[in-house]
Every structure is written in structure tokens, then in C-alpha cells.
Design a protein around this ligand. Structure first.
Ligand SMILES: *Cc1c(COP(=O)(O)O)cnc(C)c1O
Length: 347
């Protein structure tokens, strides 16, 4: 059966498994710096066999060729290495702040920050752009972009388009099918799913882009560790059930929070596992996040355990993010337990 015949949930479980008699169904963690010459790589900065199942699964899910990186930020650095000096990059004002920071650090490129939910302004900003970077929903503002329209407009403007698909995952959206040139992930979040890994990925279809990203990974040593690659592969096997459960929990919680007088604004686009809660009183928001018991007060997102934090407690977060905005990452716990905990903490 070719992968095309399988649904994404089945691909996540079955892709990347060996077929040779005697091979383990789950590829081993390969702890090696040197490999026997004559194969694809003879030094493990160029290639480690433990990356192969991970890159196969994610490549089949996203519909392209995947490369594993040391982190999500290492993956975006590889993409930005494609932007020449004097390039013009359009990116979300309220995207992941680490990515925005990275772009600004470049110094030799023009960065145009936009509200990606405002399609006409985003399209306007693309005039003369060389690269367009999009997140939808944005982290942590939860703005949703009209990806098909924006991708087409970027191509009309002659720009290359990269989409950070961390929040949606390929089980919910496949940006390469919408025409995007590159997809990136922080697999540290939903793909690995257990808050025990830092790892990133790029996925592309164009052989030249793939070769450039791969060369950047090699030349900058932006490679994932063997254990991290193995744990991400292990995490991906259960992505479909974790996502279904966390998303149904998030939908239920978003509905109850919207009806609750304890929250001033709920930002939930109707899908996904992340909810933005805005409290007018930011000190109350901070106290709430520190007083929950089941929902852990922590940064990061996408784990089996629910976490939340007030984003502006990070000095680098965009100043236009409300001081009382809490980013809640919903996990797979019992939804009634989550609701009791959240209600008590907010009260
Ligand atoms: C966390 C995150 C990143 C950065 O990934 P790391 O794995 O932490 O380096 C990039 N984009 C989004 C949307 C994220 O949430």
C-alpha cells in the first residue's frame, strides 16, 4: 500500500518502519559519530540513521521531504539563511517571538511585520518582498491567516513562502498542498508531545531548497541528537489520538470560558489545542496561572499535560500582546478535572 492510500493517522503510526527480515519495527537509537564509509554519510553530522524514520513520517504527513534540526529555531534559521542580504521578509507581528527576534537580528534584511489576519494589509506588505513567513494561528495572539490567499499573493509578488505549522500539525493542515514552498515545525510541541524534547523540522518539495536547507544543517551543525530524534518518532506514533483528545478538551473549555464571567476575552479560532485567555487585570492573570494545580504553570505547549502562562512575563514578547493574555495549552487530561482546576484558579 502506498502512503497515499493511508489516512494521516495511519501514516503517523506506520511510516518509517523497516521491512528487512530481522530488523526491529522500531528503529534503534543510533549513538555513533562515525559510520562505515560507502553509505550516505560517514560522519554523523551529515546523517544519522535514527533521523530516517522521523523524516519519513513527517515527510509523508506534510507531503514533501523532511529534514530534522536541533530545534524549531534551528529550522527557522535554516530558512532565513536563504534570505540574501538586502532581502525583504514579511512576517507576523504576533508570531512566535523567538522567530521575530531571529529575523531582526539579521540586521541586513528588511523585516515587515503584519497582522496576518488582515489579508489586504498583508498582501500590500508583500510588494517587493523576497520571502514571506506565516504562522496561523499566531503564537500567542491566536490570529488566523487566510493561507491559500496569502500564499498565492506571495507567489504573485515573486516571494518564497514558508509556513510555521507548529500549532496545526499536518493532521489538520498541509501547507505544501496549499502551495507553500517550505513548512517548518517546532516538534518540541505537539509532534513530540511530551515536553521532553527540543527538535525542529523543515519540509519542502523543491530539490534545490531541500539541498540548501540540508547544507545549512550540516555546515552549521544544527543537527538533532539521536535520543531526541527517537523520542520525536515515538511521540509521532500517538499524535492523532493526542490531538483528537486535546482538541476536543480545548473546544469544550473554550466554550465554558467564553460563557464565564471570570475571563474578559477568549481567543479560540474553533480548532486546535491552544486557547488565549485575556484578563483585564494582568496581576490577577499572573496569580491565576501560578495557583492552578492540574494545569501546570510553565512555558512551552503541545504536551500531554496542560500548561499555561501569562505571555508578557517574557520581556521579549511583543508589547502589543495584552499584559493579561494567558496562553493555555490544553492537554489530554479529563476535561472535568481541567475545568474545575481552571475555574478555581481564575476565581
Ligand atoms: C516553540 C515554537 C518555536 C521554536 O521552536 P523551538 O523548538 O523551541 O526552538 C517556533 N515556532 C512556534 C510556533 C513555536 O511555538
Amino acid at each position: 500500500m502506498t502512503p497515499r492510500d493511508l489516512s494521516p493517522a495511519s501514516i503517523a503510526v506506520s511510516a518509517g518502519r523497516p521491512h528487512a527480515p530481522g530488523d526491529p519495527l522500531s528503529a534503534p537509537i543510533t549513538l555513533a559519530s562515525a559510520l562505515v564509509p560507502g553509505g550516505d554519510a560517514e560522519y554523523a553530522r551529515a546523517g544519522n540513521p535514527v533521523w530516517a524514520p522521523l523524516e519519513t513520517i513527517v515527510g509523508e504527513l506534510e507531503g514533501g521531504d523532511a529534514l530534522a534540526f536541533a530545534s524549531g529555531i534551528a529550522a527557522s534559521a535554516a530558512v532565513f539563511s536563504l534570505v540574501p542580504a538586502g532581502g525583504v521578509v514579511v512576517a507576523p507581528t504576533h508570531g512566535y517571538y523567538g522567530t521575530t527576534h531571529q529575523l531582526r537580528q539579521r540586521g541586513d534584511v528588511e523585516v515587515r511585520l503584519v497582522d496576518v489576519s488582515d489579508t489586504p494589509s498583508t498582501v500590500d506588505a508583500m510588494r517587493g518582498a523576497t520571502h514571506v513567513w506565516l504562522e496561523s494561528p499566531t503564537n500567542p495572539a491566536m490570529e488566523v491567516a487566510d493561507l491559500p490567499t496569502l500564499i498565492a499573493a506571495a507567489h504573485d509578488a515573486g516571494a518564497l513562502v514558508a509556513i510555521d505549522n507548529t500549532f496545526r500539525t499536518p493532521l489538520r493542515e498541509r501547507p505544501l498542498e496549499l502551495g507553500a514552498d517550505i513548512v517548518t515545525h517546532s516538534a518540541s510541541k505537539l509532534l513530540a508531545g511530551h515536553s521532553d524534547v527540543i527538535l525542529g523540522l523543515t519540509i519542502s518539495r523543491d530539490p534545490e531548497l531541500y539541498a540548501a536547507l540540508r547544507a545549512h544543517r550540516h555546515d552549521h551543525g544544527a543537527i538533532p541528537g539521536a535520543l531526541e530524534a527517537w523520542l520525536t518518532t515515538r511521540g509521532l506514533r500517538t499524535l492523532a489520538v493526542r490531538l483528537d483528545r486535546a482538541e476536543s478538551n480545548a473546544r469544550e473549555l473554550a466554550e465554558r470560558l467564553t460563557a464565564s464571567p471570570l475571563v474578559d476575552e477568549v481567543r479560540y479560532p474553533g480548532f486546535g489545542t491552544i486557547i488565549g485567555l485575556v484578563l483585564d487585570d494582568d496581576q490577577r492573570a499572573q496569580r491565576a496561572t501560578e495557583s492552578s494545580r492540574l494545569v501546570r504553570y510553565a512555558t512551552s505547549l503541545g504536551g500531554v499535560e496542560s500548561t499555561w502562562e501569562r505571555r508578557r512575563r517574557h520581556a521579549n514578547e511583543a508589547p502589543t500582546i495584552p499584559a493579561g493574555l494567558i496562553r493555555l495549552s490544553v492537554g489530554i487530561e479529563d476535561v472535568e478535572d481541567l475545568w474545575s482546576d481552571i475555574e478555581a484558579a481564575l476565581a
